[in-house]
Design a protein around this ligand. Structure first.
Ligand code: HEC
Ligand code: HEC
Ligand code: HEC
Ligand code: HEC
Ligand code: HEC
Ligand code: HEC
Length: 424
């Protein structure tokens, strides 16, 4: 008995630990009151923002959910102008991305108010993503990031519940065993139905043996702990991974039609991918090469005309009426990671589809690869570089030879005057 109660004690300690972890996981993110946040959001933010799609400002569901720095977020929401004036790099970037459209300053909102709004937006976005995929405008980035908090919490709660059930069962077993033992000691000599008692005693003995078997008990405890931990591990690793993200774009432009059926070369529109860091999204003038005459009656094509200030009747551009189409960015690495397209496409000879998937079959572009550091590293470990007949490596070999001969080597010789080495 001593053994078992000792184990039980240790066991309840680990349960307490897990419970503590769960509470911690919970408090790490969801500290606001979503109900209060909803009212504030509707009153203050809906003029410019929607949760699931872009309006004047960005779609707040995905942006607020993926933002990990809540302090920054609070500062932004309370006074974005202060951040921009202080040249906060993130703030300036968003501001420029949205063509310097000004967001209202909300100095009247307390930290608590903002936490409530954030909680509401995250909760609402999560339910939207959990909803069935039927209405594309509602689900936005259907499989996009859903944050770890819920899964982790449910996982941990599950582990705790199972652990308590086990404790209960073990307690019952101990009680029965104790009763049996007493029975045996006190009653054995005078018992009539010897057979049944014997059988029961045998069964009890096996039971006892099993429970006494510390290894077995330990094995079960260990399995539960490992299962719980690995679950948490994977969910945490998948935070901020947006594989499958597929926003609805402002114009129903289809890669399936243009790059697939019509076989327009990627280079025609994304020439940057071959010569610079950025692949670049084509300007609408590229579309006009064809759409000045193709499908001129289509309302979708009229969105191109409106954006350029083009009047199909007079065939004249009025630049004062022009306002750029705001394509929603699908792939987006954080600023801390440097990725260069030409290095991969031109030097490495990697096809666009290796990273972006079968774009030519997609009506709407979706994120195909996870874009995690692990993804980059794994490919780097596995891909063999083809340096034969490759100008980039010919240059490297030349530099290498010069170094061997002890000659002068400048930074320029190492590529230090290529625009992409210094410029984004
Ligand atoms: C007058 C329009 C307007 C209102 C009202 C408004 N916003 Fe914004 N918001 C914008 C614009 C425009 C941007 C894009 C950045 C820029 O141009 O300043 C933006 C950006 C943001 C961002 C940054 C998103 C990112 O990419 O990280 C957050 C967060 C945000 N708004 C939250 C809110 C919240 C919360 C409210 C309500 C309390 C609100 N906004 C009210 C226009 C508005
Ligand atoms: C006729 C012009 C055109 C051609 C040809 C074209 N694209 Fe695009 N591409 C666009 C436009 C416009 C967008 C932005 C709207 C969107 O995301 O659908 C875009 C978006 C993308 C994106 C997502 C960008 C983001 O926001 O992260 C990828 C990836 C992409 N294209 C890859 C390709 C590949 C690969 C090919 C060749 C198989 C190709 N494109 C051919 C016009 C084109
Ligand atoms: C090389 C010529 C060419 C270029 C460049 C081109 N398109 Fe198209 N596009 C077409 C043709 C042809 C069709 C019509 C196919 C058909 O008949 O259904 C079409 C159809 C469309 C449609 C569907 C219209 C509808 O109502 O069915 C949209 C939207 C569209 N293009 C957007 C764009 C955008 C945006 C760009 C620039 C990024 C672009 N296209 C560039 C040739 C082109
Ligand atoms: C080695 C993987 C890889 C290859 C190959 C690749 N891309 Fe990309 N692409 C990326 C990553 C990563 C991003 C996100 C970049 C960022 O956010 O800075 C991206 C972003 C884009 C974008 C969004 C705009 C931009 O420049 O950030 C477009 C458009 C695009 N790629 C098109 C292409 C085309 C077209 C090709 C083929 C010529 C191609 N890509 C080849 C990984 C790749
Ligand atoms: C599909 C495989 C693949 C993926 C995915 C990939 N890379 Fe690469 N990368 C390569 C190859 C191949 C090279 C070597 C190209 C060359 O110079 O010959 C390379 C080269 C580079 C280099 C230059 C290294 C040097 O010193 O010359 C950088 C930086 C880089 N990759 C960053 C990234 C980042 C960041 C990501 C993830 C966002 C990424 N790569 C994803 C295949 C990949
Ligand atoms: C060794 C690093 C380096 C290289 C290589 C480089 N630049 Fe620059 N570039 C800079 C710096 C630093 C600035 C900002 C200081 C300035 O304006 O002189 C700059 C500024 C610029 C500007 C002015 C931007 C502005 O808004 O004022 C342009 C345009 C530019 N570079 C284009 C290029 C082009 C094109 C190439 C390739 C032929 C290139 N640069 C290569 C470092 C570099």
């Amino acid at each position: 008995m001593r053994n078992i109660s000792l184990i039980l004690k240790q066991f309840s300690r680990s349960v307490l630990l897990i419970a503590g972890l769960a509470v911690w996981g919970f408090s790490a993110r969801a500290q606001g009151d979503a109900a209060k946040g909803e009212a504030l959001f509707k009153a203050k933010c809906t003029a410019c923002h929607k949760i699931e799609s872009r309006m004047t400002g960005p779609a707040l569901g995905p942006t607020i959910t993926s933002e990990t720095d809540d302090k920054w977020l609070t500062k932004w929401i309370q006074n974005n102008q202060a951040l921009i004036t202080a040249k906060d790099p993130k703030a300036v970037k968003i501001y420029n991305e949205y063509n310097q459209a000004a967001m209202t300053v909300f100095t009247e909102l307390s930290d608590g108010d903002v936490a409530n709004i954030i909680a509401y937006v995250r909760a609402d976005w999560k339910t939207m993503q959990a909803a069935p995929k039927g209405d594309p405008s509602k689900t936005g980035g259907a499989t996009a990031d859903s944050g770890p908090s819920n899964l982790v919490i449910f996982g941990l709660l599950g582990v705790i519940v199972i652990a308590f059930i086990i404790i209960l069962v073990l307690n019952r077993v101990i009680a029965t065993l104790e009763r049996l033992l007493l029975n045996r000691k006190g009653l054995l000599p005078e018992v009539a139905e010897e057979d049944t008692t014997k059988a029961a005693a045998e069964r009890a003995a096996t039971f006892k043996k099993l429970l006494k078997n510390k290894k077995l008990v330990f094995f079960f405890l260990l399995s539960f702990t490992i299962a719980g931990a690995s679950w948490q591990w994977t969910t945490l690793w998948n935070t901020n991974v947006h594989t499958g993200y597929q926003p609805v774009q402002p114009i129903k432009y289809s890669h399936q039609l243009h790059a697939g059926t019509m076989k327009i070369d990627c280079q025609y529109c994304h020439g940057g991918a071959y010569k610079s860091k950025n692949a670049t999204i084509p300007s609408l003038n590229v579309c006009m090469n064809c759409h000045k005459v193709v499908k001129t009656e289509s309302p979708e094509i009229h969105k191109i005309y409106d954006a350029l200030g083009y009047d199909p009747q007079t065939q004249k551009y009025d630049t004062t009426k022009a306002r750029p189409i705001q394509w929603i960015r699908v792939h987006n690495l954080p600023d801390l990671a440097y990725f260069n397209h030409s290095q991969h496409v031109k030097v490495g000879g990697i096809k666009c589809q290796t990273c972006h998937g079968p774009i030519e079959t997609m009506q709407e572009v979706k994120q195909y690869s996870p874009l995690t550091m692990k993804w980059c590293i794994q490919c780097h470990k596995r891909t063999e570089v083809n340096y034969k007949g490759n100008a980039y490596y010919d240059n490297m070999i030349q530099v290498h030879d010069r170094i061997k001969r002890g000659e002068k080597v400048t930074a320029a010789a190492l590529g230090g005057i290529e625009c992409g080495k210094c410029h984004y």
